[in-house]
Structures are given as structure tokens and as C-alpha cells.
Write a protein that binds this ligand. Structure first.
Ligand SMILES: Nc1ncnc2c1ncn2[C@@H]1O[C@H](COP(=O)(O)OP(=O)(O)OP(=O)(O)O)[C@@H](O)[C@H]1O
Ligand SMILES: [Mg+2]
Length: 175
């Protein structure tokens, strides 16, 4: 596991660009995290880094949006928040989003936990302060090392795995 502090939305986007350099199809990436932790911010920056132009909207209502990267690779963005367990889950065309040429991001993956294969990369985002987030990344040892190195090169600091500090304790100038 790698834990990193994303000190601002810009750092979250920078982290997404690191992932964009490392991820090749086929890949399944799940992103867990409470409302507003930056899941969509991260995926949008990933898509931009892979050459997606035009509107990138959150698939909160459509469940899925698909794009093509600059090398023709398929990029899927799923948000399963609204997908309840049961009939809807069975009706969803999971296989359409797991192609050999696809990188697939899944926000709120719990609803698909039985239908989806194990993720190649698992991300967990946590609130820290209004502007900063902690991301935990679980992947192969080689991928974790490459992601940590890439993040360091982008000025992203390793995050504390210890228990959360109160937000007020880590705000600049609060000490
Ligand atoms: N370090 C940070 N990284 C990402 N977003 C941040 C950060 N700090 C503040 N924000 C703000 O938090 C919000 C994150 O929104 P976003 O839609 O990306 O979250 P989400 O996790 O996809 O939410 P939802 O669960 O509703 O889909 C944005 O308004 C963004 O500007
Ligand atoms: Mg979202």
C-alpha cells in the first residue's frame, strides 16, 4: 500500500497524470471515498492526460461514460452510486466496460463487487482538510513503487497512515 497526501485539487490532478503514464489496458481501477473526496476530479484529469478533449461529465446519472485516448485506447468512467444491489446490477452490461483494450475507472465500486473482477489498482480517497485528501493505493508491488516514485517526482508527499489529525491541526498557520 502507498499513502500520499494530495494537498490541493491541483495535486490530485498531478497524481492522476502520474497514473495516466503508468496505466495500460487492460486495467480496472476502483476508487472508493466519501462524497466530495475528489474521485471525479481524479478521473477527469486522467482522461485529459490521455488526450480526451471536449466535455468530461460525471457519470452520476448515466452510470457510465466512454472515451478514447490519443492512442485509440478505450477509457471508461463508471459511477455506481445510484446502482442498487439486485436486478439493476444484473442488467448492467459489465462486460461492455472490461475490454482487453480498455482502462476502466469505477467510482463507488461496492454495487459491482460481485460482478466485477478484482481491481488491478484500488484507490481510497479520504478527507483530511477542506483542501487536502489522503489517497491510499493498492496494486502490485511494481505498480505501487512506480506510482510512489512518480508522485515524489511531482512533489506529492507521502501521507501519514496514522490516525487522522483534526482538520484544524493541519491548516497552515494554525499552530
Ligand atoms: N485535494 C483535493 N483533491 C480533489 N478535490 C478537492 C481537493 N480539495 C478540495 N477539493 C474539492 O472537492 C470537490 C471534489 O469533487 P469531486 O466531484 O471530484 O468528488 P467525488 O469524490 O467525485 O464526489 P461524488 O462522491 O459526489 O462523486 C471539488 O469541488 C474539489 O474542488
Ligand atoms: Mg464523483
Amino acid at each position: 500500500m502507498v499513502a500520499l497526501t494530495l494537498a490541493s485539487p491541483a495535486q490530485t490532478r498531478r497524481f492522476a497524470r502520474v497514473l495516466a503514464q503508468l496505466l495500460q489496458p487492460p486495467a480496472l481501477v476502483t476508487i472508493e471515498g466519501d462524497l466530495g473526496t475528489g474521485k471525479t476530479t481524479l478521473v477527469r484529469a486522467f482522461l485529459r492526460a490521455r488526450g480526451v478533449r471536449g466535455a468530461v461529465t460525471s457519470p452520476s446519472f448515466t452510470l457510465a461514460q466512454s472515451y478514447h485516448g490519443r492512442h485509440g485506447e478505450t477509457l471508461h468512467h463508471l459511477d455506481l452510486y445510484r446502482l442498487s444491489r439486485g436486478a439493476d446490477v444484473d442488467l448492467f452490461a459489465w462486460d461492455d466496460y472490461l475490454g482487453a483494450d480498455a482502462v476502466t475507472f469505477v467510482e463507488w465500486p461496492a454495487a459491482g463487487s460481485e460482478a466485477l473482477p478484482a481491481a488491478d489498482v484500488k484507490l481510497e480517497l479520504l478527507h483530511r482538510t477542506p483542501r487536502s485528501r489522503l489517497v491510499r493505493l493498492h496494486a502490485s508491488a511494481a505498480f505501487e513503487r512506480a506510482a510512489a516514485d512518480g508522485a515524489t517526482a511531482e512533489g506529492i508527499e507521502e501521507g501519514a497512515c496514522a490516525k487522522e489529525e483534526p482538520a484544524s491541526a493541519v491548516l497552515p498557520g494554525s499552530s
